[in-house]
Design a protein around this ligand. Structure first.
Ligand code: ATP
Ligand code: LTN
Length: 327
């Protein structure tokens, strides 16, 4: 029996090379080894206001980008969260097993809610409970995520353990798996901030659907420092970030990369990096165009994805309801 892996991605903003290197590429690699479920989490997206038409389109775009990046829907399951109503239902039940104190400790909510003050939705506070439901619904063993999501996966673990201790063994206790290199790609304009799709700073992120010229322009304008030497050094976040991106796209070793740029300037590094990124993403972009030429194609793939996993979700929810005494 293969171990089960579940991960999710929000259909908000444009997917960028941080998502690609930190998450998607890793998912592509593990799909043969694990029983993988990749979910476009539209219910998470509506924890902040969304324009309905745009959300629907983004959900399809993100799913198509996952598949274009190499996730094979015949091997892994790719689905839309709201297509399986059990996610919402399990969230409610889990809410009843999560002490407020656990939720209050979630750092992402603290950061995100500071921007919105009193306008912030109750659902944004409850975001980790929905995420726990996503994970626990499918008997997940491992959850590959970026560093920023580790705390949420820990919460899912805690909830599973608490539920099991109160109601009897029911839920599989999952664990977070953080990819090592490339786990955190930083913004090009500001390498002290992570590359993020909800920050609308032009020049921050290289989006997966950017034109080659846009990619080149953003890289050429990336913030560096006033030193000269080109080497991996976390105390110099700008250059370090460019080198990490180079490393991730080429698969070359750090020594080899440093030797390659010895005696060269930042402009050389940026020019070469731009070509590496443009070429690295071009096959994916071509597959994306093919895949989305007929919109019914992706619709069909998503219906199949949901169809494959629905029996697992139904079974878990039925057992949970039974254990709690519902129905
Ligand atoms: P937002 O900024 O809107 O929260 P995001 O760009 O962080 O969005 P998510 O949907 O939260 O993207 O994350 C999808 C996946 O991509 C997660 O596994 C996340 O950890 C990873 N990821 C996001 N940003 C980066 C980054 N800068 N570097 C590496 N991985 C990232
Ligand atoms: N919160 C995650 C997305 C996400 C997720 C999940 C990841 C929602 N549900 C379940 C792993 C498992 C994020 O913003 N990256």
């Amino acid at each position: 029996m293969k171990k089960r892996v579940f991960s999710g991605i929000q259909p908000t903003g444009d997917l960028h090379i941080g998502n690609y290197l930190g998450a998607i590429q890793h998912w592509v690699k593990i799909q043969h080894e694990y029983d993988c479920i990749f979910c476009v989490v539209d219910l998470h997206a509506i924890t902040v206001p969304q324009e309905p038409k745009a959300l629907k389109a983004k959900t399809r775009e993100v799913a198509a980008l996952l598949i274009a990046s190499g996730i094979d829907p015949k091997i892994a399951s790719v689905l839309v969260q709201s297509h399986i109503h059990e996610h919402s239902e399990l969230t409610w039940i889990l809410n009843c097993f999560i002490p407020m104190g656990w939720m209050r400790r979630m750092t992402q909510f603290k950061e995100k809610s500071q921007k919105q003050k009193e306008e912030v939705s109750t659902a944004l506070f409850d975001y980790p409970a929905l995420m726990a439901a996503d994970i626990l619904l499918y008997d997940t063993d491992e959850v590959p995520v970026g560093e920023d999501q580790k705390q949420h996966v820990e919460l899912a673990r805690d909830v599973a353990q608490r539920f099991n201790s109160i109601c009897g063994d029911t839920l599989i206790v999952p664990k977070a798996v953080i990819a090592e290199a490339g786990a955190r790609i930083m913004g090009l304009d500001d390498p002290t901030q992570k590359m993020s799709k909800s920050e609308e700073q032009p020049g921050r992120a290289i989006n997966l659907l950017d034109s080659p010229d846009d990619m080149r322009n953003k890289i050429m304008r990336a913030t560096t420092d006033s030193l000269r030497e080109i080497r991996f050094d976390e105390s110099r976040p700008g250059v370090n970030n460019l080198l990490v991106i180079y490393e991730q796209f080429t698969g070359q070793g750090r020594k080899e990369i440093e030797a390659r740029f010895e005696g060269k300037g930042y402009a050389d590094l940026k020019r070469e990096l731009a070509e590496v990124v443009v070429e690295g993403l071009s096959p994916m972009q071509a597959r994306y165009r093919e895949l989305t030429a007929d919109p019914s194609h992706i619709e069909r793939l998503l219906a199949e994805g949901a169809g494959k996993v629905r029996p697992i979700a139904e079974k878990t929810l039925a057992l949970v309801k039974e254990r709690v005494g519902l129905g």
